[in-house]
Design a protein around this ligand. Structure first.
Ligand code: F6P
Length: 367
C-alpha cells in the first residue's frame, strides 16, 4: 500500500486546509494510506507525533477553514544536511515515500533539494546502520509533488496560486470600507498591500476597486516623473467630482532606481503638493487569514486530487512535478523549472530589465 504524506510550508494561505482535505481523502479513495506532517519541515525533522496518519473523518469541515490546521513553520534545521538526514529517517520510519508539499517557492525549492539528495541520504542511513539494507532498497526513490500555496501569486508557470484570490477579495472588501469613510471626509488613502516582490495583488486590487493610482515592483515608478504623474491624475479625478483618492502601493514597490517607495512617501507628497487630508492604511495579515473564497476551495481541491495522481504516476526518471493551472486547466509543470523562472524574475528586476521580468512572470501578459 502506497503511503502519501502532505504538508504545508512557508506563509499560510487560504485554501491550504482544502488541499490537505483533498489529498487525504483522494489518497484514501485511491487505496493509499494518507499522512499529514505537522508544522512543515520542522515536523519532518522532529518526526514522532508530528507525522500522523489521517482518516477520512479527520479532515471533515476543513474545506472552508482559513490558515493551515496542520501548522507551518520556518525551519532552520532543514536547511542543513543533518536536518534533512533526520527527516529522511523519520519518513522511512513511517513508511512514507511520497511527499506532497504545499507552499511558496522557498518551500518547493527545499522539497526538490530533498528529493535530489534523497538517494545519498538513504545510503548514509544504511552505511551508519540507522536502517537495514533491505529497508534502504525499499526507499531508494522519494516522490515529491509541489502545490503552490501563496497569497502573493508570484510563482511563474502557473496562472494562479492557492490563496491569491481570497486575499484579493479581502483587500477589495477593505478598500470598499475605506472608500466610504474617504468619501465622507473627501480624503485620500494610501493603502499598502502584501505580495512581497510581486505586484499581482496590488494591480488586481486597483482594477477591482477603481483606485486612482498603483505602485508595483514590476513596473517601477519613474524617478523624477511619477510625482507629477500621480498628482496630475488625482487632480483630474478630483476636478471631475471624485471625493476620494485611493492609491494602492505594493509592499515591494520601487522606483526606477530600485529605491523602495513607501506609503509614507506617497502620503507626504499628497499632503505637501495637493494639500489632501491623507491617511495611510497598511492592511497587514487580514489579507492572509480568514476563509478561502469559492475559487480557492475549488482550485485547492482539483489540484490536491491531481497531486495524488501525479504522486502515483511518478517514477525516479521523471522530474518532480508542480501542479499548475494554465488557461483554466489543471496542469503539471517541472517543479524546478518553475522555481528557476520565479528566481529569474527577481534577478531581472535587480538588473533593471523590467520588461523581461514581466515576460518571465507571464509571457502572455508581458505588455
Ligand atoms: O508570502 C506571503 C506574505 O504574506 C507576503 O505577502 C509578506 O511579505 C510576508 O508573507 C509576510 O511574512 P510574515 O507573516 O512572516 O510577516
Amino acid at each position: 500500500k502506497k503511503k502519501i504524506a502532505v504538508m504545508t510550508s512557508g506563509g499560510d494561505s487560504p485554501g491550504m486546509n482544502a488541499v490537505v482535505r483533498a489529498v487525504v481523502r483522494y489518497a484514501i479513495h485511491r487505496g493509499c494510506d494518507a499522512f499529514a506532517i505537522y508544522e512543515g519541515y520542522e515536523g519532518l525533522v522532529q518526526g514522532g507525533d508530528m507525522i500522523r496518519q489521517m482518516q477520512w473523518g479527520d479532515v471533515r469541515g476543513w474545506l472552508a477553514e482559513g490558515g493551515t490546521l496542520i501548522g507551518t513553520a520556518r525551519c532552520m534545521a532543514f536547511r542543513e544536511r543533518a536536518g534533512r538526514l533526520r527527516a529522511a529517517k523519520n519518513l522511512i520510519a513511517a513508511g512514507i515515500d511520497s511527499l506532497i508539499v504545499c507552499g511558496g517557492d522557498g518551500s518547493l525549492t527545499g522539497a526538490d533539494l530533498f528529493r535530489s539528495e534523497w538517494p545519498s541520504l538513504v545510503q548514509e542511513l544504511e552505511d551508519t546502520q540507522a536502517i537495514t539494507k533491505e529497508t534502504a532498497d525499499l526507499y531508494r526513490h522519494l516522490t515529491i509533488v509541489g502545490l503552490v500555496g501563496s497569497i502573493d501569486n508570484d510563482m511563474s508557470s502557473t496562472d494562479v496560486t492557492i490563496g491569491a484570490f481570497s486575499s484579493l477579495h479581502r483587500i477589495c472588501e477593505s478598500v470598499d470600507s475605506i472608500s466610504s469613510t474617504a468619501i465622507s471626509h473627501s480624503r485620500a488613502f494610501v493603502v499598502e498591500v502584501m505580495g512581497r516582490h510581486c505586484g499581482w495583488l496590488a494591480v488586481l486590487a486597483a482594477l477591482a476597486t477603481g483606485a486612482d493610482f498603483v505602485f508595483i515592483p514590476e513596473k517601477p515608478a519613474e524617478v523624477g516623473k511619477w510625482q507629477d504623474e500621480m498628482c496630475n491624475a488625482l487632480q483630474t479625478f478630483r476636478r471631475l467630482g471624485k471625493r476620494k483618492s485611493i492609491i494602492i502601493v505594493a509592499e515591494g514597490a520601487i522606483d526606477s532606481e530600485l529605491k523602495p517607495i513607501s506609503a509614507e512617501d506617497i502620503k507626504n507628497l499628497l499632503v505637501d503638493r495637493l494639500h489632501l487630508d491623507t491617511r495611510v492604511t497598511t492592511l497587514g495579515h487580514v489579507q492572509r487569514g480568514g476563509v478561502p473564497c469559492a475559487y480557492d476551495r475549488m482550485l485547492a481541491t482539483l489540484q490536491g486530487v491531481d497531486a495524488v495522481d501525479a504522486a502515483l504516476a511518478s517514477t525516479p526518471e521523471t522530474p518532480s512535478p508542480m501542479i499548475a493551472i494554465n488557461g483554466n486547466k489543471i496542469n503539471r509543470k517541472p517543479l524546478m523549472e518553475a522555481v528557476k523562472l520565479t528566481h529569474q524574475v527577481a534577478e531581472a528586476i535587480e538588473a533593471k530589465k523590467f520588461a523581461h521580468a514581466m515576460e518571465l512572470r507571464d509571457p502572455e501578459f508581458a505588455d
